[in-house]
Design a protein around this ligand. Structure first.
Ligand SMILES: [Zn+2]
Length: 266
């Protein structure tokens, strides 16, 4: 079974503040090593669970999506780094038997969630999909579901794990920290974090066939509320793109990928 891992940074063990996920800050250098090691624990668990191939997509936006450290890559996986992507999510297709999301964070507006946001805290207030609030975890699960790939494992803080659990019954959740406020958390030691990720990853591959892919009803309507009117000023109405107000735009598509590609400008 092939396993696809999409990695983010805010939900990595040890990370609690914005400066750790920004490449312009010196804190980032240490945090990217922690990210790499969390992902490696997931790769190791996937292989122990029976994965025949593991593809990792480095999806955190900093440093042109080159966050993980090349010299520390797990030899059992292949890694996609860099931008621009030619598709969302890069490298994902129907040949995979399951998706993991490592370093995940809760959607914007979640109380007590470490570094909560949806796509960009600078430009997005909220995303709603078919009139339900959704964050990046839901989006990853929905894009996987588009390819009939089940979303089987997540790692992040307790809020990210609760969000995943509500979305996908039976998903394996590795809690790596407990959110106290947006930039404060109760952390677990690194060996504990790696052990729980590895165990949950292994269990997820073993149970993958029992977890149903997430299905989003077609047509898919994605409503984005932006922070300022200037973000909407720059968007042109066209097929599948309609302005709902000075800060809100509705993107529609026959499926999640088509609707989301309209946000990306495609
Ligand atoms: Zn991120």
């Amino acid at each position: 079974m092939r396993i696809y891992i999409v990695s983010d940074m805010e939900g990595v063990g040890g990370i609690v503040c914005d400066d750790q996920v920004r490449s312009s800050h010196s804190y980032y250098e240490k945090a990217r090593e922690w990210l790499t090691l969390d992902v490696n624990a997931a790769v190791q668990g996937a292989i122990e669970g029976g994965a025949t191939e593991v593809v990792v997509c480095d999806a955190h936006g900093a440093n042109s999506a080159c966050n993980m450290l090349y010299e520390k890559f797990h030899e059992g996986a292949q890694y996609i780094q860099g931008t621009p992507w030619t598709e969302y999510l890069q490298g994902l297709d129907a040949s995979f038997g399951g998706m993991f999301h490592i370093g995940a964070h809760a959607m914007s507006g979640t109380a007590g969630a470490v570094l909560e946001h949806t796509m960009s805290s600078a430009s997005w207030v909220e995303m709603r999909v078919n009139d339900e609030p959704m964050g990046e975890i839901g989006l990853c699960a929905a894009v996987a579901g588009h390819f009939d790939v089940p979303f089987i494992m997540v790692s992040g803080d307790d809020k990210a794990c609760a969000e995943s659990d509500a979305l996908v019954p039976g998903i394996e959740c590795a809690i790596v920290k407990y959110g106290i406020s947006r930039t404060c958390a109760k952390l677990l030691p690194m060996p504990v974090v790696h052990r729980v990720i590895r165990e949950k990853a292994k269990a997820a591959v073993q149970r993958a066939k029992a977890i149903k892919p997430v299905v989003v009803q077609s047509p898919v309507e994605i409503e984005i509320e932006y922070v300022r009117t200037s973000f909407v000023d720059g968007i042109k109405e066209r097929e599948g793109v309609r302005k709902l107000g000075p800060r809100k735009v509705l993107f529609t598509g026959k499926d999640t990928v088509e609707a989301f590609n309209r946000i990306r400008g495609g």
